[in-house]
Design a protein around this ligand. Structure first.
Ligand SMILES: NC(=O)c1ccc[n+]([C@@H]2O[C@H](COP(=O)([O-])OP(=O)(O)OC[C@H]3O[C@@H](n4cnc5c(N)ncnc54)[C@H](O)[C@@H]3O)[C@@H](O)[C@H]2O)c1
Length: 344
């Protein structure tokens, strides 16, 4: 059903680090009004309310917010462990739900979230923004244009020595780290570029001695059409050129290759050599951190797509779609634990 209201009324659930970018991105597009904010630490919600001059009502009790506020959807930006609970409570009230990646702490919870929203007749979207990065969209366009013919193999890389644990020390305490955190993005990019996968084999490692979870994961996948895709991610890679937070890719096809390399350079290579070399810069906004521009900028495009979905149109990153990404993450853990190939 189409929703033609001039502005959809939104409550932001969780006002920590990432909410600051998500709210700024909502404010870039017409059609959404943030009318309520919730955080268990009320002061954080009050600070965000003031910072963005939202004039929203601030809550430290979610049930009260759901009871009092006249809203169209909630945007959940809390820790992964609470995503299921907040989604289900909103769905039971008949509200549409937008939820940050990773969808849930495990596959069972993710299944439950998708099923509950479906049964309640509410729309459910995952805010998965990496596939909306400008260089990734351009790469997909070039792939679909057929310049390199049918692709037979690809490498998608997110490898860096960025000291991620310095800023977010809690990441060092997680039993499962890089596949959940970055794998959610990288494996989703692989699905976006190449379609669905039929099998995978994964190896993980913990290189940094002071962390609990894995900081290196290598996933070798086969698409349903037989193409090979190698997704590599690492926070232990000391390389000639630090790429953080870029996702790089090399796609090989029967007529040539597409190379998305450092600093957003996209090269089209055929037997004649490099026939195109283009720099795909992300769109800049005054609120984004220039060091993270490619990531922050993609939030706006992701939100535009989700708003289209909330209004009853098409959206790429529905809960049902993202469940396939969550499945890849968990099948990767299963493969790494059993040291065997997993059929999807
Ligand atoms: N798309 C991206 O690129 C990206 C980047 C960073 C974070 N994220 C996602 O955003 C989400 C939040 O991450 P963050 O970095 O902002 O974390 P954060 O810890 O900085 O903020 C989370 C906020 O939620 C509140 N909160 C958590 N659990 C709660 C609960 N049970 N009840 C009430 N309030 C609660 C906390 O008080 C905090 O203010 C995560 O799902 C994370 O994966 C996405």
């Amino acid at each position: 059903m189409q929703n033609h209201k001039a502005k959809l009324r939104c409550a932001i659930i969780g006002t920590g680090f990432w909410a600051n970018y998500q709210i700024a991105a909502w404010l870039e597009i017409p059609g959404v009004q943030i009318v309520a904010l919730y955080d268990r630490t009320k002061k954080k919600a009050e600070e965000v309310n003031e910072k963005f001059r939202l004039n929203a009502t601030v809550y430290d009790d979610y049930s009260t917010l759901l009871k009092i506020e006249n809203i169209d959807f909630v945007d959940i930006i809390t820790d992964v462990d609470s995503h299921e609970m907040f989604t289900i409570m909103a769905a039971e009230k008949g509200l549409d739900v937008v939820c940050q990646k990773p969808m849930a702490a495990n596959l069972e919870q993710a299944d439950n979230m998708v099923a509950t929203c479906k049964n309640a007749g509410v729309k459910f979207f995952i805010h998965e923004n990496f596939r909306w990065q400008a260089p990734i969209r351009k790469l997909k366009n070039a792939l679909d244009a057929g310049v390199i013919g049918k692709p037979f193999k690809a490498r998608v890389s997110y490898c860096s020595a960025f000291p991620v644990f310095d800023n977010q020390s809690f990441l060092a305490m997680l039993d499962r780290f890089i596949l959940m955190d970055i794998g959610s993005h990288v494996l989703d990019i692989c699905r976006f570029l190449f379609g669905e996968f039929s099998s995978l084999y994964c190896l993980t490692q913990t290189v940094n001695p002071v962390i609990r979870g894995e900081d290196v994961a290598n996933v070798l996948m086969k698409t349903t059409s037989g193409m090979h895709c190698y997704a590599e991610m690492s926070y232990a890679s000391i390389l000639e050129k630090e790429a953080f937070p870029q996702t790089l890719a090399l796609i090989e096809g029967e007529k040539g290759s597409l190379h998305l390399t450092n600093d957003f350079e996209l090269k089209v290579i055929t037997r004649s050599g490099v026939i195109v070399s283009e720099i795909i810069n992300p769109k800049m906004y005054n609120w984004l951190d220039p060091a993270y521009a490619v990531v922050h900028s993609s939030i706006v495009d992701c939100n535009v797509d989700i708003l289209n979905g909330l209004r009853g149109g098409f959206c790429e990153t529905t809960g049902a779609d993202n469940l396939k990404t969550v499945d890849l993450v968990w099948k990767s853990y299963e493969s790494a634990a059993a040291a065997k190939k997993i059929t999807i």
